[in-house]
Design a protein around this ligand. Structure first.
Ligand SMILES: *Cc1c(COP(=O)(O)O)cnc(C)c1O
Length: 228
């Protein structure tokens, strides 16, 4: 596994898709998903120029935060258990990508108030409705966004979604296109609403073509994981 080489290859590929989509490479942020990988692997990606990393376990993220440079933007991309919020709220996380339920919003607000903080989040959309996936259904989205808007310490900066578990291009792109449509609708309504996080190792090309400006990529950078 050569992280620098993987990144070089990935960057060429992303640049190609960006060109095809008619956007500048610089408008797309790569979140290097370092879950299950050691701090040394993160350090290699950091050396290659990446500054945004993604984790899906609270403890693992906190450990890496301690060990690695201060100027890293840490992104929490996994299901966030309500009882873990208190451990991360004052750690300066860049973005939580997975606000997926009211109880989590409530706890984020409570802990933020307690510690006099604000938190930046993405609302996770469950468009393909696979039951292994979390996220807000589109038909519940407006009501959910209204509820979160009442929570003064939570800033919704965009949407996150995970593509459907299929290789079918049309199906995947259709899901991403729906996310983009919702993104555009709210971007005109909410100040600072700017990130559309979609696309992983197997589908980031389609995500770029459908308007993603934040990709969450693990395996293509760090190699396969033994545990997901
Ligand atoms: C693991 C994970 C990724 C990265 O997956 P790869 O297929 O390795 O690129 C992206 N998003 C979420 C939510 C993940 O859990």
């Amino acid at each position: 596994m050569d992280v620098a080489q993987n990144i070089q290859k990935l960057e060429q590929s992303i640049a190609g898709y960006a060109q095809k989509a008619g956007v500048l490479r610089e408008t797309i942020t790569v979140i290097a998903v370092s879950k299950t990988k050691p701090a040394e692997a993160v350090a290699q990606a950091y050396e290659a120029g990446y500054r945004a990393f993604g984790e899906n376990k609270v403890q693992e993220m906190l450990e890496k935060m301690e060990e690695l440079p201060q100027d890293i933007d840490w992104n929490y991309i996994g299901v966030l258990q309500t009882n873990k919020v208190k451990y991360i709220i004052d750690k300066g996380i860049f973005l939580i990508h997975s606000l997926d339920r009211e109880s989590l919003a409530g706890e984020l607000q409570r802990q933020c108030v307690k510690k006099d903080k604000t938190v930046d989040v993405l609302v996770q959309l469950n468009i393909s409705k696979e039951d292994t996936k979390s996220g807000v259904y589109l038909e519940e989205l407006d009501a959910f966004m209204d509820k979160v808007a009442e929570l003064s310490n939570i800033r919704v900066k965009g949407f996150m979604t995970i593509g459907p578990f299929t290789e079918d291009e049309v199906e995947i792109r259709n899901v991403f296109a729906q996310a983009k449509k919702e993104f555009d609708r709210f971007a005109t309504q909410i100040e600072g609403f700017q990130y559309l996080s979609m696309g992983m190792t197997n589908d980031y090309g389609y995500a770029i073509l459908e308007g993603a400006n934040m990709l969450r990529i693990g395996s293509a950078i760090f190699g396969n994981r033994i545990y997901k």
